[in-house]
Ligand binder design. Structure first.
Ligand SMILES: [Mn+2]
Length: 377
């Protein structure tokens, strides 16, 4: 049996106010082609299918066409809800969609109720753990101590292992969480990882494969516990991350092989750094003309109209940062040490020079400051 592990489609997410639906549509049709060409039996989506609990009609339409395309290409689908999804809304129609080979596992009362798939070697139990908010999951499991995400997933995995004990089949689990042990460079920088939310990978001991979602770069915690990352780049922090999914092959003994499947990147991300005149003329930067561009301009004085000038060369420049090359070096002294013994008018003069690129007070300004502060010193 061959599964494709994906996650974090985030249908409907914007990128610096631009819709990503068209690009995501390109990626998902490539995914459908891969299902056909790579003979994929099951496509997994480990949470954050939509970016919002109330997705737009356009996002729902793309979801429907992608899922229909996957089914027509011959694969079944198992998906779970992430923290961005509404499990209830995403799971609507789950009962009869399951009969059509589209399996939605978005309810906490179905964690230990696997999707039973089969190949020539027998059954494979696929368990879907929806995103578990500890405060809510606690109400579903009275008597269990659930204060953290780790405890919530321990309870869920205990239930899955108990179910699995009675079946003795090959098994796959989908979950949506921050698992400990992801290399720092693979973690989206703007995601805050509170210690309470970190889940040790050992919580997932047991199944043949664990398909994780939540982190947007691919990561391998062990051969059998992995993140696929998102199918599109959703922030400049992910610019270097490859996009695609894991092809997971099960044989009669369990996990046989895991290989990476690249999916296309419709518009690559580029961060350009340098003085604005350089960015506007440099030959190398010309390669980024069709990319999403973040410009980090290093001029000492903030360029006038910088974004508009850059967008003439880079129509998809969507972010502009002014980062002057040199900033005042205060050395190792504290502020109090640096100003000790200096008069108030001198401090004002220093401040003006610092904030006006070296231009200290004019005669008029010095007279004014002396008049206001001089007498009080
Ligand atoms: Mn998430």
């Amino acid at each position: 049996m061959r599964l494709l592990h994906t996650s974090d489609w985030h249908l409907g997410r914007t990128f610096h106010t631009h819709s990503t639906l068209q690009h995501l549509g390109t990626v998902l049709s490539a995914l459908v082609t891969a299902v056909r060409e790579q003979h994929i039996d099951v496509v997994l989506v480990a949470g954050d299918v939509f970016d919002s609990s109330m997705p737009s009609i356009a996002a729902i339409e793309l979801f429907q066409s992608a899922i229909a395309g996957i089914r027509h290409a011959g694969a079944q689908v198992v998906l779970t809800s992430g923290n961005h999804d509404s499990g209830t809304r995403l799971g609507m129609h789950a009962e009869w969609l399951g009969a059509a080979g589209i399996h939605l596992r978005t309810r906490t009362d179905r964690i230990a109720d696997p999707v039973l798939l089969a190949d020539e070697a027998g059954p494979v139990a696929v368990y879907g753990i929806p995103y578990l908010e500890p405060a809510l999951f606690r109400q579903d499991r009275p008597g269990r101590r659930i204060g953290s995400h780790e405890q919530a997933l321990r309870v869920a995995m205990d239930e899955i292992r108990a179910d699995l004990d009675g079946r003795r089949t090959r098994s796959v689990v989908l979950a949506h969480c921050f698992a400990a042990g992801v290399p720092a460079s693979d973690v989206e920088r703007d995601l805050s990882r509170g210690g309470l939310d970190l889940v040790p990978a050992s919580v997932f001991d047991g199944p043949d494969y664990v398909a994780l979602g939540h982190i947007h770069g691919r990561a391998t915690l062990s051969p059998r516990v992995r993140y696929s990352g998102a199918p599109l780049h959703y922030s400049f922090g992910e610019a270097d991350a490859r996009r695609g999914g894991w092809l997971v092959d099960l044989d009669s003994d369990g996990l046989a092989d895991v290989t990476w499947l690249d999916l296309p990147v419709p518009r690559p991300l580029t961060v350009l750094t340098g003085p604005i005149e350089h960015l506007l003329t440099d030959e190398v930067a010309a390669g980024a003309a069709d990319h999403w561009v973040k410009a980090q301009v290093t001029d000492q004085v903030r360029p006038t109209d910088g974004m508009r000038r850059l967008q003439r060369r880079f129509p998809h420049c969507v972010a502009f940062e002014w980062r002057p090359d040199t900033v005042a070096d205060a050395g190792a002294e504290s502020y109090a040490e640096r100003v000790r013994g200096r008069s108030d008018p001198d401090l004002v003069a220093d401040f003006l020079a610092l904030t006006r690129n070296g231009a200290g007070p004019s005669d008029f300004e010095r007279r004014l400051v002396d008049e206001l502060l001089g007498g009080a010193a």
